[in-house]
Ligand binder design. Structure first.
Ligand code: FES
Length: 112
């Protein structure tokens, strides 16, 4: 888990764990948010799926290690921290606490 959940957050089940592979991340819209779920050697990560530069889904990008590269203009984001590591923006993406719970990916989302 990369981010601690606040007491106001609610854990939401988003997909089966086996739906997120190293090659194919999982994008989901839930409670008004677009979330990308990524699997790396270090585990699962959940980040905002929409690139903060323009509009592209990070789940359509490329993952190398713990970094995802936007498919449109190649901004790079750390999946662990959300920090932008290069490209045409310096804006980060929000990260969410995520865990595997009984074969399902659950993500901690703000309660409202
Ligand atoms: S839309 Fe992602 S870098 Fe431009």
């Amino acid at each position: 888990m990369q981010v601690l959940s606040s007491t106001k957050d609610i854990w939401e089940r988003v997909c089966r764990t086996d739906e997120v592979t190293f090659a194919v991340p999982y994008g989901v819209k839930i409670r008004g948010l677009s979330i990308g779920i990524f699997r790396t050697d270090a585990g699962l990560y959940a980040v905002d799926n929409i690139c903060p530069h323009e509009y592209a889904l990070l789940t359509n990008g490329w993952v190398e290690g713990e970094v995802v590269e936007c498919p449109l203009h190649e901004a790079k984001f750390c999946l662990k921290s959300g920090e932008c590591l290069g490209g045409p923006t310096s804006l980060p993406v929000k990260t969410y606490a995520v865990k595997d719970e009984n074969g399902h990916v659950v993500v901690s989302l703000p309660s409202e």
